[in-house]
Design a protein around this ligand. Sequence first.
Ligand code: GFB
Length: 332
Amino acid sequence: MQDARGDDEVEGNARIFVAGGSTLIGAALLRQLAAQSYTNVVGLPPGEPDLRRAAEVESFFSRFRPEYVLFAAGKSGGIEANRLFPADLIIDNLLSECHVIDAAHRHGVKKLLYVGSSCSYPKHCPQPMQVESLMSGPLEPTNDAYATAKIAGIKLCQAYARQHGDNFISGIPANAFGIDDDFSPAGGHVIPALIGKFHKARVEAQPAVSIWGTGTPRREFIFADDLADACLFVMREYNDTQTPINLGCGEDLSIRETAELIRDVVGFTGELVFDATRPDGMPLKSLDSTPLIRLGWRSRTPIVKALMETYEAYLFEARKLEQEGIHVRAAV
Ligand code: GFB
């Protein structure tokens, strides 16, 4: 990874901290760090401090003195969780990012990557979305609280870089999904939620599955392990602290197309019923990732393969819970 001077001086034994190591993206970052032979990772779950407590974050940084930080922390959730728990989402994200970014500055961290969210773009943003469009219009109401906290994270990095010269960059990912995802029907994002719904419907031979909304919104999805690879890539290759970089793979799907792909991966043969009484959210979320592509990064996992690996992770998780006697709603 490169330090502030851009000198490629740090080998695989750099002290690296992944804030949010138990999240979907954090867990993928830990897998990628291991796969790319970065062996000196500090604060591995469950040893991570409670990022909402400043004193815990301070003593962690004093003790472990991380040189590089990847910030993937903060509560997140799908459209329904955002609608129901805006206060939990905004406070958890604001506290975590303030404590970690400030501690990183005070403890001389050489480089930090803040992982944002594409919901930070305005609801009716010109597509594909370019970073110049940030804060150029109203946010999607269902997630404005969370989106505001994620914008604040980007602004924190820019401000610390401008005032103190910290090499704190920020990346804006497409909608991530994958292994370690939240498969709960209510709180999860569309892909893990639908995997659970279709599996349950197949096992119980239900005639149809209810899909929220009209099915017409479009989303750009990225497999969490590909996103993690892109994060390590920009830690090595990108140093513009004032310009966030989009982390996408350049393909978007309608929710109907997404549901049809998941139906086929799970092997459900019944009907798809669209429930237009549920919110659609942003009509289109597609990222312009030209800067990342120009730097030479490419995603590796085709969408169907990524969906199959995510379904396998769901089955593995469900089996594990079964064995622990926890009856999952979507029985295996
Ligand atoms: O993934 P999702 O919750 O996030 O929803 P957003 C994407 C689309 O899928 C919406 C539809 O149009 C949903 O109405 N959808 C259909 C479903 N069926 C389902 C279902 O069973 N579960 C879910 N969850 N959706 C989130 C933001 O927005 O994107 C977050 O709220 C964050 O803050 C995340 O930014 C990346 O893309 O609409």
